[in-house]
Write a protein that binds this ligand. Structure first.
Ligand SMILES: [Zn+2]
Length: 95
């Protein structure tokens, strides 16, 4: 019954893909980095999931992002500017 084993394998692969692409980005560890634009010096928050995207595996702690204010592309170190632990917490103070 090789066909059934292949079907099972396909289901496992499909479930694995669902876990990586749907469950992990939604329920996995989320980080927030407080970034400051080098051009306009405005601060903005960047939410990301470590290891969930191909870019994060290649670039590690560096991301090329567009500033939401002046739309200038810059490379940010998201590990150094990390502000939150994996679990999203409710902030007590209003920034
Ligand atoms: Zn800017």
């Amino acid at each position: 019954m090789t066909f059934d084993w292949l079907t099972l394998l396909f289901i496992f692969v499909a479930l694995g893909a669902v876990a990586i692409f749907i469950l992990l980005p939604r329920y996995g560890p989320h980080y927030t980095s407080r970034l400051t634009c080098p051009k306009c010096h405005k601060s903005f928050n960047f939410h990301y999931i470590p290891g969930a995207t191909l870019a994060s595996i290649i670039q590690r702690n560096y991301r090329t992002l567009k500033c939401p204010y002046c739309h200038t592309k810059a490379v940010y170190d998201i590990a150094l500017t990390r502000t939150r632990s994996p679990r999203p917490q409710k902030t007590k103070l209003k920034a």
